[in-house]
Design a protein around this ligand. Structure first.
Ligand code: PLP
Length: 378
């Protein structure tokens, strides 16, 4: 039985073109990019070419890109840098639906004497900008809000949030991990101060990310060292940076055509499911979601049982973010949305560029049988 992987928000398969671009930098070109002889300089040039592709992808300048080991590191770097550069201010605003790398950092800061406002969301997972503006205090040093949610796909109004932050002279960090490659990102237009993205959501390997730091933003590294213009110490993960750059270039070359296909495939999938199964509920802001994501529940059917049954047919979906699945706790995102998880616990289907209509059709066929079987069993 062929695998049908429908969990592309958790991670994506490395593109073979990305892999081929990386391979020479694991053995042939193994020089240290900091070396001053040509064997090292060549490698440095390749890193800077990757930097340029990634800068182009988000409309940044090359000097605003700092490579990190992952987006979690980029998120933590941005938060810690903001607080270290505003030592007298002890209040941060975020949302109740952020990724765990943000949530856990906030919990740590709360224990260290910071006060954190977690903006609420409505049933569709939307935040309220009036609530945001009202929660600003004299000692607010940072607003950190994601561009797109990993579980329900909601897209948040980053430009408007950025304007509010600017009006009050507060730094604004944006976790754009689930948006990159799915929505065009223009950091200059958005006006964010810092922004993070990750390689493994865009067909590059796991273990590479970046932090965009707008020119002039006060900045303190998390890891000290001379690499990355003193902004992130540690010998560069050359092959992974090269792969990350290639993945960015592939998105630019495709000019977001794939996004259109994904959206059509996701919409087709949802409407086929709804016309074949009763009592279906789709979570999130249905008109303002990433094009590949569907958080979908079937009344009375437990999502973990559904996931395991689908797995027995080599079909892979998730019941929330990969991290929450490990914890086996109800998703903090769905809890924040006040979801009726006893009756409507969702599976998350997140499509990617390797998914075909045939795969989606096979998934729907199995899904209909499994949901009917569970409901008959009662
Ligand atoms: C919204 C969001 N932010 C941050 C991350 C963390 O990315 P990384 O795995 O590169 O640390 C993820 C990964 O799941 C994510 O979905």
């Amino acid at each position: 039985m062929k695998d049908i992987y429908l969990d592309n928000n958790a991670t994506t398969m490395c593109d073979v073109d990305v892999l081929n671009e990386m391979l020479p930098y694991l053995n042939d070109y193994y020089g240290n990019p900091s070396s001053i002889y040509s064997f090292g300089k060549e490698v440095k040039e390749k890193i800077n070419k990757a930097r340029e592709s990634l800068a182009n992808l988000i409309n940044a300048d090359n000097s605003e890109i700092v490579f990190t080991s992952c987006a979690s590191e980029a998120n933590v770097t941005a938060i810690m840098s903001a607080i270290r550069n505003n030592p007298e201010k002890k209040h941060i605003i975020t949302t109740s639906v952020e990724h765990t790398s943000i949530m856990e950092t906030m919990k740590y800061l709360e224990k260290s004497g910071y006060s954190i406002t977690y903006l609420s969301v409505d049933l569709m997972g939307r935040i309220n900008l009036e609530e945001l503006e009202k929660s600003i205090k004299d000692d607010t040093c940072l607003i950190s809000i994601m561009m797109a949610n990993n579980e329900i796909g909601n897209i948040y109004p980053i430009k408007e949030i950025s304007e509010i932050a600017k009006k009050h002279n507060i730094l604004f960090h944006c976790d754009a991990v689930q948006a990159v490659g799915k929505i065009k990102i223009d950091v200059k237009d958005l006006g964010v101060d810092t922004l993070s993205i990750s390689g493994h959501k865009i067909y590059a390997p796991k273990g590479i990310g970046l932090l965009y730091v707008k020119k002039g933003t006060p900045y303190t590294p998390l890891i000290f060292g001379h690499q990355e213009r003193n902004m992130r110490g540690g010998t560069e993960n050359v092959a992974y940076i090269v792969g990350f750059g290639k993945a960015a270039q592939l998105i630019i070359d495709d000019d977001y055509n794939e996004v259109q296909r994904l959206q059509e495939l996701r919409n087709y999938m949802e409407s086929s499911i709804k016309s074949n199964i009763e009592d279906v509920f789709i979570y999130g802001d249905l008109n303002n979601r990433t094009p590949n994501t569907s958080s979908i529940a079937f009344k009375g059917v437990k999502s973990d049982e559904l996931l395991l049954m689908l797995e027995s047919f080599n079909i892979y979906v998730s019941t929330g973010s990969a991290c929450n699945s490990v914890l086996a706790e109800p998703s903090h995102v769905l809890t924040a949305c006040n979801a009726d998880l006893d009756n409507f616990s969702p599976i998350r289907i997140s499509l990617g560029k390797y998914n075909t209509k045939e795969e989606v059709d096979l998934f729907i066929k199995k899904l209909i049988n499994i949901v009917n079987m569970f409901r008959k069993r009662g």
